[in-house]
Design a protein. Structure first.
Length: 202
């Protein structure tokens, strides 16, 4: 037996990175639709991040592909100041991914971003590299002290050359049988009972 997605760090710990806090340089609360850009070397999970809110606000946080298509999101009622938010974003193995907020979310109240002291790239374990921002490499937007977790090996990732499994069907997150689609979370169900969760990026 061999594992197709074995990561020797997966059972060690979670990793934190990005700019660890907003004391890296000067900055201010920003009203607008910018984001940070990152590459993922493997499938992993962004568990949480620290953010700094100017005022109480209801904000939707998003992970998007390189074309700006939303892959996952979560909404929080924020208080003013620094807080840790749980994201649990499934991250595909892909480049040019985006972490931002929904369009227009910061029209009345801002989130903190730095415009000095920024030093890309920010590597998080061996999984993610934050490479820049939508406004250039002098800016760092919103997501501080990002916690990333390696996906642990599960039974669906075991390769047994003597057991050739066959795909039975593909379903969406609601359990409806569908054909293969790009940029969508799908579940691949096999005749041996294993299930694989995939996001295929175009």
């Amino acid at each position: 037996l061999s594992a197709s997605n074995y990561n020797p760090l997966a059972n060690v710990t979670n990793f934190n990175g990005g700019a660890l806090d907003n004391t890296i340089g000067s900055g201010s609360f920003f009203l607008g639709d910018q984001h940070i850009i990152f590459n993922s070397n493997e499938e992993c999970v962004i568990r949480s991040a620290d953010i700094y809110s100017e005022n109480p606000n209801n904000i939707t946080f998003e992970i998007r592909n390189s074309n700006g298509l939303v892959l996952d999101d979560t909404t929080y009622n924020l208080t003013a100041g620094k807080q840790n938010i749980i994201l649990n974003f499934d991250v595909p193995n892909s480049n040019g991914l985006q972490l931002g907020v929904s369009n227009g979310a910061l029209s009345n109240s801002g989130l903190y971003r730095n415009n000095t002291g920024v030093n890309y790239p920010y590597n998080i374990g061996d999984m993610i590299s934050v490479t820049g921002s939508s406004a250039g490499n002098d800016y760092y937007y919103f997501y501080y002290n990002i916690e990333v977790e390696a996906k642990c090996l599960d039974v669906s990732a075991i390769f047994d050359p003597f057991n050739k499994k066959n795909l039975t069907k593909i379903t969406d997150i609601l359990g409806r049988e569908v054909n293969e689609k790009l940029n969508t979370t799908l579940f691949y169900i096999y005749n041996d009972g294993t299930v694989e969760k995939k996001i295929i990026i175009e």
